[in-house]
Design a binder for this molecule. Sequence first.
Ligand code: AMP
Length: 449
Amino acid sequence: MNFADLGLSEELLRAIGDSGYDTPTPIQKGTIPSALMGRDLIGIAQTGTGKTASFVLPMIDILHHGRSRARMPRSLILEPTRELAAQVAENFEKYGKYHKLSMALLIGGVQMGDQVKALEKGVDVLIATPGRLMDLFGRGKILLNGCQLLVIDEADRMLDMGFIPDIEEICSRLPKERQTLLFSATMPPPIQKLASKFLNDPKRIEVARPATANVNIEQRLILTRSDKKRDVLRDVLRHNEVKNAIIFSNRKTTVRDLYTSLKRSGFAVGQIHGDMEQAARIAEFDRFKQDEINILVASDVAARGLDVKGVSHVINFDVPWQPDDYIHRIGRTGRAGATGIAITLATKEDAEAVAGIEKLIGMPIPRAEGQEAIAEPTSEETKPEPKRQSSRTRSRAAGSASPERTRPVDESPPPVAVAVQERSAVEAEPADAGEWNGPLPSFLSVSLS
Ligand code: AMP
């Protein structure tokens, strides 16, 4: 099947051809014909599957006829982050170049004036983050009753970010007679509830997770301890033919600290996190895209969906708290048929998070050489311990993850191989147990390619 079989207009086929794509991806095949027929859809897919084009393409043809009116956008796309919103806008420009559709971007962190001006003129497509949209709606700058088509993108991420009440509010302000397309990588119960409340007899299209299906990404786990992570990271960056790398960490403060420390060590590094102004985030991202820097330290929110071709390495400086984030993070490499390497640094405290990820991806993450057989229980672990806390409670007590962000993902015990990081050579283990206390391990020189 090619794009011409999907029912798209000649102008669109030309724009798609200009982009260099000839075959639709599975989510595009599943979505585009039904969207063109006006059906509501649930697309279970994530970034990397071609899902943006799966709603942008039909929208362009659907909106081709008709005229916009001041302050009354004809369609609305909700995105969880400014970067994703900006990327959707780029897709509209790319595929809509032979159409005359107007578009406005409503995102936080940039001056509201121009956004309001664009709205006043009337737009066919409004791409917005929920917070900024609600803000302008509250000030009476937007009327949503002319909006015939709604896209809720990355719904599960919206849930994580606490946007669901805003989305419900927005949905209830839109005309009842409308088309709604909802995309989500997973369908947790609150998203299912949202879908059943606001979608009308939706067609459901599910595509394979790119990360689990993507054999182009070589995954590795390096077991270490917290106070050695930076050394391990520097070693990985220096010794593994890293062309360029995105390094993820769970906290903004860690992003800042890592950025400073890598810069001090002489790396060409940039940073991107949620506290930065939008303009600074975009500038930093552009520097990375244009190879001015080859290392970008990022937080999940800022980096969600970022699309850069040819990222050779993704490094998880911290194991993500949520398994889905692992898939999103490593999906920044191995894109568009290229190969990539995803390296995760894990400590003993991460056992539960790693187990959750492995359950989700359906396979163990291969350990660096020499680390496979380190699962021997320590004497401490074999001691009878009638009142032992669960591993979840212990990891909270240790402060390795904030309780509100840790979601229960796996009731089964973590695989033994990640439960501990000790080696038999470790004699002087500290009483708080946990971290390996010997010299820097030899696995640091392991080849990960
Ligand atoms: P997305 O899932 O929307 O983030 O898209 C992931 C990447 O796939 C982007 O770089 C798109 O430009 C690219 N892409 C979208 N559709 C196709 C296609 N049919 N063939 C090849 N690449 C595509």
